[in-house]
Design a protein around this ligand. Structure first.
Ligand code: IPM
Ligand code: MN
Length: 327
């Protein structure tokens, strides 16, 4: 986080006034107060133009507490329905894929619905006949707004291609709704070429033909899984950035690395801050500072291109990126 802020400060011109407020939402606070994200926290956060979130999670906190009680609560409360996750293979970055294919796509993952809503329950708990259901919620309204956003992003890119990923051969109800909304909204974007893939087939193409993708739109859970795969084929989760966007600007959007908090190396100064820095680029772009966003991304590209495998500390990478964006 310190390195992300360092680069953000370095890239902004003097005429842009940056005011930051730090909030402590991690495991430490949870242990001290039992709070994850209170109404007062949300009210305070609402006053900001954007949120930069450090990776959260700690083995000392039971699984699900911070995930549901903080991260998903924030995404839902601030209606972050566009979860934007670029998958880009930068030059000189080792991809596990043969021949380092051209990979430059963006996944528009729905962020407020699907199986993430917490609808479901258990029956006959604790018996051999226990039944657990996890209901995926898909609304025409929720699908349409994220699909429209994805079309607009595809329209703005050179290749103008949009792929819907679902599983409508099995999840027929939700799958049909997604496909019919996708086709209907597509009539408003005649220049955008579309296709459809089942999610299982999509995982094959992510590995065998990632260059076929431009913009992908998909539901919350498929998007979660596919974007970890996207990170893996583009150099690893340490480079993957994301934006949790409320396009209308009713609430502040939130930008975070896709990775977790890596508690095994916490405090050792060796975590790569690149995913956070690339999340800063997404934040700048979202706030309309396009030129600065591009400069941050170019600095990251240049830094990656110059890497020799010589280990650097977190701060050294941050310093190098800050120097590149300001010089
Ligand atoms: C992510 C994470 C989260 C998700 C978890 C931590 C709730 O995996 O941002 O991809 O599933 O969305
Ligand atoms: Mn994930």
């Amino acid at each position: 986080m310190a390195e992300g802020l360092k680069v953000l400060r370095a890239v902004l011109d003097e005429d842009v006034k940056l005011e930051t407020t730090e909030y402590d939402f991690g495991a430490r606070r949870y242990h001290a107060t039992g709070d994850t994200l209170t109404d007062a926290d949300l009210a305070a956060l609402k006053g900001h133009d954007a949120i930069l979130l450090g990776a959260i999670g700690d083995p000392s906190v039971p699984s699900g507490v911070l995930e549901r009680g903080f991260l998903l609560k924030l995404r839902f409360a601030f209606d972050h329905y566009v979860n934007l996750r670029p998958g880009k293979l930068f030059p000189n970055v080792a991809s596990p894929l043969a021949g380092s294919p051209r990979i430059d796509f963006v996944v528009v993952r729905e962020g407020t619905e699907g199986p993430y809503t917490g609808n479901g329950g258990s029956l006959r708990t604790g018996t051999p006949h226990e039944v657990a259901t996890e209901v995926s919620v898909n609304t025409a309204y929720g699908i349409e707004r994220v699909v429209r956003d994805a079309y607009a992003r595809a329209q703005a890119r050179p290749r103008k291609k949009l792929t819907l990923v679902h599983k409508n051969n099995v999840l027929v109800h939700a799958g049909h709704l997604w496909k019919s909304v996708f086709d209907r909204v597509g009539r408003e974007f005649p220049e955008v070429t579309t296709d459809y893939l089942h999610v299982d087939a999509a995982t094959i193409f992510f590995v065998t033909q990632p260059e076929r993708f431009d913009v992908i739109v998909t539901d919350n859970l498929f998007g979660d899984i596919l974007t970890d795969l996207a990170a893996a084929v583009t150099g690893g989760i340490g480079l993957a950035a994301s934006g949790n966007i409320n396009p209308a600007g009713e609430f502040p959007s939130m930008f975070e690395p896709v990775h977790g908090s890596a508690p095994d190396i916490a405090g050792q100064g060796k975590a790569d801050p690149t995913a956070t820095v690339l999340s800063v680029a997404l934040l700048l772009d979202h706030l309309g500072h396009r030129e600065q966003a591009a400069r941050v991304e170019e600095a990251v590209a240049a830094d990656l291109a110059g890497r020799t495998g010589e280990p650097r500390t977190t701060a050294e990478i941050g310093d190098a990126l800050a120097a590149r964006v300001s010089g």
